[in-house]
Write a protein that binds this ligand. Structure first.
Ligand code: NAP
Length: 238
């Protein structure tokens, strides 16, 4: 049996990933504040990653019949858009909790729980090009994704060096994807985000990828992790 743990499975890329995994007869556990998938092989854990109260107590289950276990840290938020100095302190904390702290804690728990299993294990972090190139007015978002990339690189290195049965780790930028996150970007006032027109044009020119096509690309990595030597990947270059 293949087991998937997918955060942010209530919509967008995460929902497409969960539905794709279910079509492949895997067992899926999703995490988000809302639950939108009904399927006999799907279990949903209602969780808010903006604070760690629930996540601290979460433990990955023992999976005796597993042939493959995959954690996809996909939940993410754009947060408040605007220059540093004009941001709400509380929103900065929430953003890092959702984008960086939750995924780091889940990765830590996953490796602890399954380190002695000899089966294939994968952690795929859904990062962003914004973690690799600075975008004005997105300081916290960019930094949270850069942190996710670095956490993944260090973890991958440790796995290769010190673990007898290592977990594959990837941090993957999905490209520009037609989800609620892009809707939110286009709604920001130009005073707060000078580049908003560029994002409106992406939509108007049909340049956004669908969540389903991006999920399909991410499965290329999950299906053959041994074919990917780099930790940091970009869906548009696969
Ligand atoms: P989306 O449609 O807005 O989905 C975000 C998901 O994250 C939802 O399932 C949401 O669930 C969950 N989430 C948000 N806040 C949460 C919280 N406090 N606690 C738990 N779950 C929370 O966005 P998306 O585009 O699919 O984004 C998926 C990932 O791709 C994110 O990490 C994002 O940074 C990354 N990404 C997206 C794009 C793009 O162009 N769309 C580009 C680069 C990177 P609930 O609201 O139900 O909690």
């Amino acid at each position: 049996m293949h087991y998937y743990f997918i955060t942010g499975s209530s919509r967008g890329i995460g929902k497409a990933l969960a539905e794709n995994a279910l079509e492949r007869n895997a067992t899926v556990t999703g995490f988000a504040r809302n639950s939108r998938i009904q399927h006999s092989a799907y279990d949903h854990i209602l969780m808010d990653f903006s604070d760690m109260d629930d996540l601290y107590y979460y433990e990955f289950p023992k999976l005796k019949d597993a042939d493959k276990i995959v954690l996809i840290n996909n939940a993410g938020a754009l947060g408040q858009v605007g220059p540093v100095g004009q941001l709400r302190d509380y929103d900065i904390e929430k953003l890092f909790n959702i984008n960086t702290i939750a995924s780091s804690i889940l990765s830590n728990k996953f490796i602890k729980a399954y380190k002695d299993l000899t089966i294939e294990k994968i952690i795929l972090n859904v990062s962003s090009g914004a973690g690799r190139h600075a975008i004005e007015s997105w300081a916290a978002y960019c930094a949270s994704k850069a942190a996710m990339d670095m956490f993944s690189m260090v973890t991958a290195d440790e796995q290769k060096k010190y673990y007898q049965y290592p977990t594959h780790i990837f941090s993957v930028a999905p490209g520009i994807v037609d989800t609620q996150m892009q809707d939110e970007i286009r709604e920001v006032n130009e005073n707060q985000f000078k580049d908003v027109e560029r994002f409106k044009n992406y939509k108007a020119n049909g340049e956004l990828a669908s969540a389903e096509s991006v999920a399909g690309k991410l499965f290329q990595i999950i299906d053959q992790p041994e074919h990917y030597n780099e930790v940091l990947l970009d869906v548009r270059k696969l």
